[in-house]
Design a protein around this ligand. Sequence first.
Ligand SMILES: [Zn+2]
Length: 97
Amino acid sequence: MKVKNLRWGPSGPRSLPKGHNSWLSYWTTNYGRTVTVCKNKDCDNPSSVGGHVLPPDGKRSNNWYIVPLCDECNSEQNRHEFEVEPRHLVIISSQLS
Ligand SMILES: [Zn+2]
């Protein structure tokens, strides 16, 4: 599934849900396992952050996703769409505060 970094979407990054000290921790709790590799299919760097992503047509969606990414894929330089496995996405509602 193609996604893009939410930083460049219609809204900026959002505050962490209570009880989590990072988005990677939020992802791990909801996914149920830890991972060590960036989930961009074209990348095998170590994962270091829980990146916010959304479908390329996400302006019409209320759902955003967290997926483990490396610093490079989560960087401000990375404005390209990239491919991830849908099963690696942890959904967050954009209504959540
Ligand atoms: Zn990466």
